[in-house]
Design a protein around this ligand. Structure first.
Ligand SMILES: Nc1ncnc2c1ncn2[C@@H]1O[C@H](COP(=O)(O)OP(=O)(O)OP(=O)(O)O)[C@@H](O)[C@H]1O
Ligand SMILES: [Mg+2]
Length: 582
């Protein structure tokens, strides 16, 4: 049963690559066949060479058919046989090296294609995918597992190469001596197949364990670096070290085991192979006498090529089991679907009138109670809405739905009369999202300059410095710039480690001001600021030149002071709406 799995994986891999790579693969296999044929000819030329040394007359007789072009004599036959032998050895060596080169090129092109496709599939997924998939798993897939897919392909190619090579060598040897070849090959193949069947189950399990421990490995690294302050304070180094060592040991152990299991038959068979050839040689020798010398010589040469080639067939075949699990994960990611906005249709729509939320319910996938229940609300363009409520009451979930990032379990969100979650309104949804600026609870900063963090994702040539300076002023970041030699290109460090919490938050707000979109959503984006700064920034936002519709979540009265309407959430429901201007 498990053996068909490998064939399935290979078939799935083939199905999921593009036409260009499929064509390259076919070319590669043809090249391998050529390689095999040449290997066969080389072997025959070796036999010719050895025979010409011992029995030139019989070689001349064999080559009679060439008399039309060239006449062989006892004087020139050895030289010619040597030259032919050298010619084919050279050719086959060149072809083998070229084969290696072409395989490598193919693998590079295939992997770049797979990597690009997977990464694209992942970052195009909607928010619910990312809520339900740990980043460690994604990182593991994009780094370690893609490497496993790489090794799977590498082994598959070397399996194909060596099967073709082995078959042509076997044909070459059968040509020389049917009985020795059949005897030797049958004994060796049966032994390899028996060992292979026994070990493949083990190797598959090793592969699974190794993959699992790799993910734990990454998780421990991420967690320990994330909790480094806690670790230093509480001296929890050993706790993480122990976990790290365990994962590292398991991962390396299974790598080692699979290496051993796939390599040990080599030493076994090098010995057995020579013994079998010896026995077969003895039997034939007793019939043929000294004529056997060139035969045995050629045979030794053939065996010297055939044995490693058979070993590689075995090893690659087994390693496919080891890397199969990783490849499967990659193939699963390749099949992920997503909707890409239609560029032609996806013109930015203008928000004209109102957002109407009707009978909205929301439950997270892994939860059995509703995080939002029966929400009904009307938000008019230009209004400044405040949202408050105790922690866990559903505020963040609510705005995630409003932004079209999470889909309601029941109910609808109408923007200017259009339900953004209707499947046929998907282009409208993409376009709606483009109107929204969101400053989250925890803003993310890239390890770059202040400017690049304010104008996130905007290329250098398109930076508008007037707007950048305006944003810095309006988000009260001037003090930070002054502190760092008036340099707006100051470095913020990884996720803003070189800044204070409040400075990070203000960069988030500056980013929103720079983007200058119709709707601005602030999710506790000023909670690290003192009341005066908070008030000042909120006033700046309300007085921006392009009047915005704002939704501000906050626990602080000073942030919500100037709101037109304050909505209070309790346990996923709207508890109270207070309107200021009536
Ligand atoms: N991914 C998730 N899976 C399951 N439940 C979740 C998930 N995210 C949030 N919740 C639950 O949904 C409820 C609402 O969470 P939400 O983040 O919207 O609260 P909040 O009002 O923003 O709280 P806070 O003021 O602490 O930010 C909470 O009970 C929370 O535990
Ligand atoms: Mg929240």
């Amino acid at each position: 049963m498990h053996r068909t799995n490998i064939i399935n994986s290979i078939y799935n891999l083939y199905r999921n690559i593009d036409f260009k790579r499929k064509l390259q693969l076919v070319f590669l296999i043809i090249f391998n066949l050529l390689n095999g044929i040449l290997e066969f000819i080389t072997l025959s030329s070796a036999s010719l060479f050895l025979e010409s040394l011992i029995n030139p007359d019989s070689v001349i007789k064999k080559l009679k058919w060439t008399n039309l072009f060239y006449e062989y004599t006892t004087a020139n036959i050895v030289l010619n046989a040597t030259l032919i032998f050298i010619l084919f050895i050279t050719l086959s060596t060149i072809l083998r090296i070229s084969n290696l080169w072409i395989s490598m090129k193919f693998r590079v092109s295939l992997l770049v294609y797979l990597e690009e496709k997977i990464f694209k599939n992942i970052i195009y997924q909607e928010l619910d995918y990312h809520i339900n998939t740990s980043s460690t798993k994604i990182i593991n897939d994009l780094t370690k597992n893609i490497d496993k897919a790489n090794f799977f392909i590498e082994n598959l190619l070397s399996l194909i190469t060596c099967i073709i090579l082995s078959i042509s060598l076997v044909i070459g040897l059968i040509n020389l001596s049917f009985s020795i070849t059949v005897f030797t090959i049958t004994v060796l193949s049966i032994l390899y197949i028996i060992i292979g069947i026994i070990t493949s189950k083990k190797v598959k399990i090793y592969g699974k364990y190794e993959l699992k421990s790799n993910q734990q490995f990454l998780q421990i690294i991420q967690e320990s670096l994330g909790a480094i302050k806690e670790i230093i304070l509480r001296r929890k180094h050993n706790f993480f070290l122990k976990k790290y060592n365990e994962a590292s040991y398991i991962s390396r152990k299974y790598q080692g085991l699979s290496g051993f299991v796939t390599t040990f038959p080599r030493y076994l068979f090098e010995g057995i192979g020579l013994i079998v050839i010896g026995i077969a040689g003895y039997i034939v020798f007793s019939k043929m006498g000294t004529d056997i010398i060139p035969l045995i010589g050629t045979f030794a040469l053939g065996a010297q090529k055939l044995l490693p080639s058979m070993q590689t067939v075995y090893r690659s075949w087994q390693l496919l089991y080891f890397y199969d699990e990783g490849l499967k994960r990659i193939l699963k990611l390749i099949k992920l679907n997503y909707r890409e906005p239609n560029i032609n249709k996806n013109k930015k729509i203008k928000f004209r009138k109102e957002i109407y939320i009707k009978n909205l319910f929301f439950k997270y996938n892994n939860s059995n109670s509703y995080s939002l229940e029966n929400i009904n609300l009307l938000i008019k363009k230009g209004e400044n809405i405040g949202i408050m409520g105790i922690t866990g009451s559903g505020k963040t979930t609510f705005i995630n739905i409003l932004m079209g990032l999470l889909k309601p379990s029941e109910g609808s969100v109408y923007v200017d009369g259009k339900n953004i979650f209707e499947p046929h309104n998907i282009e409208y949804l993409f376009s709606w999202r483009k109107n929204i600026n969101h400053v989250p609870q925890k803003i993310y900063l890239t390890n770059s300059t202040l400017v690049n963090n304010i104008a996130l994702g905007i290329s250098k040539s398109q930076l508008d410095f007037k707007k950048i300076n305006f944003s810095i002023r309006k988000s009260c970041l001037e003090e930070l710039v002054k502190q760092r030699n008036n340099d707006i290109f100051l470095l913020v460090g990884e996720d803003g480690v070189k800044l204070s919490g409040g400075q990070k938050q203000r960069i988030g707000i500056a980013r929103a001001i720079y983007n200058d979109l119709d709707i601005l959503i602030l999710d506790e984006s000023t909670n690290a600021l003192d009341h005066d700064t908070e008030k000042e920034i909120m006033q700046n936002i309300y007085n921006l030149p392009n009047k915005k519709t704002t939704i501000t979540i906050s626990h602080s009265k000073s942030a919500l002071l100037a709101c037109d309407k304050i909505i209070e959430f309790r346990k996923g429901r709207i508890y109270k709406i207070t309107s200021k201007k009536i």
